[in-house]
Structure formats: C-alpha cells, structure tokens
Design a protein around this ligand. Structure first.
Ligand SMILES: *[C@@H]1O[C@H](CO)[C@@H](O)[C@H](O)[C@H]1NC(C)=O
Ligand SMILES: *[C@@H]1O[C@H](CO)[C@@H](O)[C@H](O)[C@H]1NC(C)=O
Ligand SMILES: *[C@@H]1O[C@H](CO)[C@@H](O)[C@H](O)[C@H]1NC(C)=O
Ligand SMILES: *[C@@H]1O[C@H](CO)[C@@H](O)[C@H](O)[C@H]1NC(C)=O
Ligand SMILES: *[C@@H]1O[C@H](CO)[C@@H](O)[C@H](O)[C@H]1NC(C)=O
Ligand SMILES: *[C@@H]1O[C@H](CO)[C@@H](O)[C@H](O)[C@H]1NC(C)=O
Length: 360
C-alpha cells in the first residue's frame, strides 16, 4: 500500500512540475522572432553550407589532433556546445564546471569540447569572440549569421566541421549552452561494449508522432509551407543527443538533399536520419527538462539536464564533486533502465528545445 502511495505522490509531483514548466515556457512564446523563412526562400542547404569549401571563420583545426601521450590513441568523444555569440557568461560557467575534468579522472575516452558559434555583423562583438577564442582555444565559428531561425544551419555546419576536421571521432554529443552534462556518466554509458560498437547510433530524449505547432506566435511555429504532414518523423530533443562518428558524413550528405526545416532536432535527427534509414533511440539518462537541482545524487546519475543558468551549474557541480556526498543509500527513480523504453509525446513539446536564449 505504502509503495503505491509513494508512486502516486511521485506521479503527482512529476505532473505538477511538468505543468509548471510548460506554463513557464508557453508564456515566453510571445517573444517569438518574426518568421523569416518565406515561401520564396531557398531551402537547399548546399547554398548556405558551401560543402566543397571551408567556411569556418575560427577553424580550430587541431581540436581533434591525437594526443601523443596516448598510445594507442583513445576513442574520441567530441562535445559540441551550440552557443549564441552573446552568451559569454554561459560559456564561462561551462568551462568552470562540467567541461573541466574532475580531479584525477580517467576515462576510456579522450574527451574534446568546443563551442560552436555563427557570425555577427557587429564588429565589436566579433572582436570579443576572437579574444575569447585566443584566450581559451575552445571556439569554432562557422560562416553564417547566428540567429534562432538559423539553428538548423548551425547543426549542419557542425556536421560539416566534424566531417572535415575530426573524421576519426567515435561519438559526437550535440548540446546547448544552457545544459548540464555529466561527462562521467556519458563516457560510462558510451563505453559499454554494446554501445561502443554502434556505428549508427542516434540517442537522446526521444519524441514520437509530434504534431507541428500552427500558432504563429510560438517559437516552434511551423507553417504548412515548411512541413505539411500531420506529424514529424520521430526525433530526439536538440538539448542533447549523441551520434556515432561514422554517421556524421552520412547525415551531412543527406542534409544536402533534404529541404531545410528550421527546427534543428526535427530536421537532423528526424527528417535527415529517416532518409538515411537511421532510427533515433531513447535513453532516460538524457533529459529535455530540468531535473530538480536540489537532488545532487540524481545529478550524479543522469547524463543531461536542461535549462540551468550559470549559478545553478556551479552549485550542482561543486555538490556532485563533494567527496562527502554519499549517495549509496539514496533511492533514485529508475532512470537509465534499458527496459523502460519511453517515447515523449506532443503534450510537453514546448519545453524540450534548448539554446533559445541569446539569439536575435
Ligand atoms: C516583427 O515584425 C513586426 C511588423 O513587421 C515588427 O513591428 C516587429 O518589431 C518585428 N518583431 C521582431 C522581434 O523583429
Ligand atoms: C514570392 O514570390 C512571388 C513571385 O515572385 C511573389 O508574388 C510573392 O509576393 C512572394 N512572396 C513572399 C512572401 O515574398
Ligand atoms: C569554392 O570557393 C570558390 C571561391 O569563393 C568558388 O569560386 C567556388 O565556386 C567554390 N566551390 C564550390 C564547389 O562552391
Ligand atoms: C592525483 O594524482 C596525483 C599524482 O598521481 C596524486 O599525487 C594526487 O594525490 C591525486 N589526487 C587525488 C585527489 O586523488
Ligand atoms: C555592438 O555590440 C556592442 C556590445 O558588444 C553594443 O554595445 C553595440 O551597441 C552594438 N552595436 C550595434 C551597431 O548594434
Ligand atoms: C541565416 O544565415 C544566412 C547565411 O549567413 C543569412 O543569409 C540569413 O540572413 C540568416 N538568417 C537569419 C534569420 O538571420
């Protein structure tokens, strides 16, 4: 009986939190940018990505260079954090937290991390980007105007950069600058032999049979001329997804033949993947919502959590690395259970897109 009561309260809590988050985000939908893709815009990505030529402004071509200390070399896990030009504070917080390695940490992967930015027309802000890049060496800037409605272009530019400058990569994590990433759990998850051997993996928080939003005031508005079927192909949330290295050139070439669609996760992990006969998969370790930040032990166990500001990131980071934090007797929800195959439906659709902040 007690057991059922507890499940009931857990469920109520979850529903309440979901409603709160949905409400919180739906109140933001009026800030939606004017929808600048028009019936007459070309949706041929080849025009924008210039596939034969290098387009990067800040190339960072040595990011994936082999580490001579590792013989034989370790498999590379590349983490690409899509970030808006103006979000310097978010990048700073990530450098100080999950991007820095834990003390004496050993991992089966050689983890490399970079922020991917587009261009700005403001010379003074471009100078700031160059200075930040000189200081930290962790920025890739590709040749397109950084804007919310260009996030698909940003993801395809990511594929282009990886294909060119990191072709030996084993896995790529695409994420955003408002995310907490637990690199330790991520590498543990990816190093399981049944995962490590995968050459066709797309994994994250899976969405199935989601209907396009027809409200022009929504940030996720999708006019009929952009997509006219009832539901999107299944896709994983853009807040954080992993793709196998060998899939990168396949998805990139695919994107040159699938008309551009402005929601990057639907496009890359749904439309383009489907064209290439790749089926995206769910893992409950990836979350498109924000896990309760008070639960440090939960943060030790998950891979992603969405919507954390710099001070929350710093607070969580110091708590999960506290050697006195004892999680042995703490019972956690059954996350990461491979039997628990879940597929998120449209109801909570509005909360699962990251990286909105900071785009014009
Ligand atoms: C959107 O367009 C309207 C009318 O064309 C304009 O008044 C408004 O400022 C624009 N909003 C944004 C966010 O650019
Ligand atoms: C698209 O192009 C057609 C023909 O050139 C023109 O009549 C129409 O106004 C354009 N529509 C938009 C939204 O720009
Ligand atoms: C590569 O760039 C050069 C110089 O801008 C241009 O002439 C050429 O057409 C480009 N190649 C392709 C395949 O677009
Ligand atoms: C880390 O490794 C160094 C050298 O191997 C050692 O001296 C140090 O005590 C280790 N620190 C921790 C926190 O284990
Ligand atoms: C360029 O960016 C700076 C901040 O870096 C801002 O103060 C300035 O107003 C911007 N200039 C224009 C023309 O938008
Ligand atoms: C997206 O990038 C392209 C290429 O740089 C640019 O022409 C276009 O204006 C950008 N779109 C927006 C909405 O800024």
């Amino acid at each position: 009986m007690m057991k059922y009561m507890r499940h009931f309260f857990l469920l109520c809590g979850f529903v309440c939190i979901s409603i709160l988050i949905t409400y919180n985000y739906s109140t933001q939908t009026r800030e939606a940018p004017n929808f600048t893709w028009s019936v007459n815009s070309s949706r041929d990505l080849a025009i924008y990505v210039d596939p034969e030529n290098t387009t990067a402004v800040i190339t960072n071509e040595n990011l994936c260079a082999p580490n001579p200390a590792d013989d034989p070399p370790k498999p590379i896990l590349l983490i690409i954090v899509c970030s808006a030009v103006g979000n310097t504070k978010a990048r700073e917080a990530i450098r100080e937290t999950w991007m820095s390695l834990e003390p004496n940490r050993t991992t089966p992967f050689d983890v490399r991390t970079a922020f991917l930015l587009g261009q700005t027309v403001n010379d003074s802000r471009q100078n700031d980007v160059l200075m930040e890049s000189n200081l930290h060496g962790d920025i890739i800037q590709e040749g397109f105007i950084d804007a919310y409605l260009n996030l698909t272009l940003k993801s395809v530019m990511m594929l282009k950069w990886v294909k060119t400058f990191c072709p030996q990569v084993t896995f790529v994590l695409k994420t955003d600058d408002d995310m907490f990433i637990n690199v330790r759990t991520l590498t543990e998850y990816l190093s399981q032999s049944h995962v490590l051997q995968r050459k066709d993996l797309i994994v994250g928080s899976l969405f199935c049979r989601v209907s396009p939003i027809k409200d022009a005031g929504s940030k996720w508005y999708s006019p009929l001329f952009m997509y006219n079927a009832k539901v999107y192909p299944d896709y994983v949330s853009g807040t954080g997804y992993v793709i196998s290295g060998p899939l990168v050139p396949i998805l990139f070439e695919g994107a040159l033949h699938v008309p551009l669609f402005h929601l990057e996760d639907v496009y890359t992990t749904g439309m383009v993947a489907k064209q290439a006969n790749i089926i995206p998969e769910n893992s409950n370790l990836f979350s498109f919502i924000k896990h309760p930040t008070a639960n440090s032990c939960l943060y030790r166990k998950i891979i992603t959590s969405h919507g954390l500001n710099p001070s929350e990131l710093k607070s969580i980071w110091s708590r999960i690395n506290d050697p006195h934090l004892d999680c042995t007797s703490v019972r956690l929800p059954k996350i990461g259970d491979p039997k628990f195959k879940k597929c998120h439906k449209a109801a909570r659709l509005t909360v699962h897109r990251g990286g909105r902040r900071g785009y014009g």
